[in-house]
Write a protein that binds this ligand. Sequence first.
Ligand SMILES: NC(=O)c1ccc[n+]([C@@H]2O[C@H](COP(=O)([O-])OP(=O)(O)OC[C@H]3O[C@@H](n4cnc5c(N)ncnc54)[C@H](OP(=O)(O)O)[C@@H]3O)[C@@H](O)[C@H]2O)c1
Length: 297
Amino acid sequence: MDVMSSSAFTLNNGVEIPAVGFGVFQSAPEETVEAVQTALAAGYRHVDTAAAYFNEKEVGEAIRRSGLARNEVFVETKVWISDYGYEQTLHAFDKSTKKLGVEQLDLLILHQALPDEFALTLDAYRALEKLLADGAVRAIGVSNFMPDHLTRLLAETSVVPAVNQIEVHPYFRQSELLALDAEHGILSQAWSPIGGITFYRDGSHGSTLQDPTIGEIAAAHDRTPAQVMLRWHLQQGRQVIPKSVTPSRISENLDVFGFELTGEQLAAIDALDTGVRGGPEPEQITRETFGREIPEA
Ligand SMILES: NC(=O)c1ccc[n+]([C@@H]2O[C@H](COP(=O)([O-])OP(=O)(O)OC[C@H]3O[C@@H](n4cnc5c(N)ncnc54)[C@H](OP(=O)(O)O)[C@@H]3O)[C@@H](O)[C@H]2O)c1
């Protein structure tokens, strides 16, 4: 994709997805309607939510209030692990679409692999394949699938996921996983694209927003650190879903098409990788520790 002139990626089944989407993780239900409305008014055309964010109703409300036609907004949501299993996952689709107030989803993904119950994960994915075949969803995918999970999924199911939504920011790049996604034509969607996970927690590796290397590159382009990080992803072929409930930041994060980082600048950001994950270790996700009931619509 030429990200200077185009603001969309084409998924492996031909469906188009905007290059910059809008994230709503940890947006409280009471702030979500306003944040999503602000984002749609600013020009975003993709919203990434999840059953486990407990704000699908508010996302749906904002889309209706925006006045945009249904087919103008790309709606993505995720099935939580407590709803895995063939029938359960089909029902999870019903719950999410009712809460969102839509009939069809643009993208439905599994939120996590369950490494200790992989057969159940495969059953959930087969339900996504069925929804895709029925036209209930336009594309399907996964999230937080590590190389081993992806390899097992590809060996045992028939539809190659359109996306793998994973933690990627300058302090945690997962380069091998990015290469594996690319090898199979799977679009990597970067979550915490500006490193949100590094500053939600006051952990040891500090904030990407205050990183001196990123700051210098931002100054050289008269841009902000967030814009530089988003540009880094886009130029390397990753879709991004920055989250904000702040109107000025919502606009700032979409205004990333008027400048280009040099190869040297991209490499300097690559070199910031610490190899330290901010989010939970995907290999350790179990229903016992992370299970949460997803209410009916
Ligand atoms: N699949 C998964 O397991 C998974 C996990 C985590 C996230 N996600 C998805 O990825 C999305 C984004 O990830 P994230 O929310 O963790 O992190 P993020 O988008 O990298 O960062 C969000 C944080 O950055 C702040 N912020 C946003 N724009 C900014 C700017 N221009 N300048 C300074 N600060 C800015 C936000 O504050 P304010 O809101 O206060 O402005 C918020 O604290 C989520 O919303 C969700 O959709 C998926």
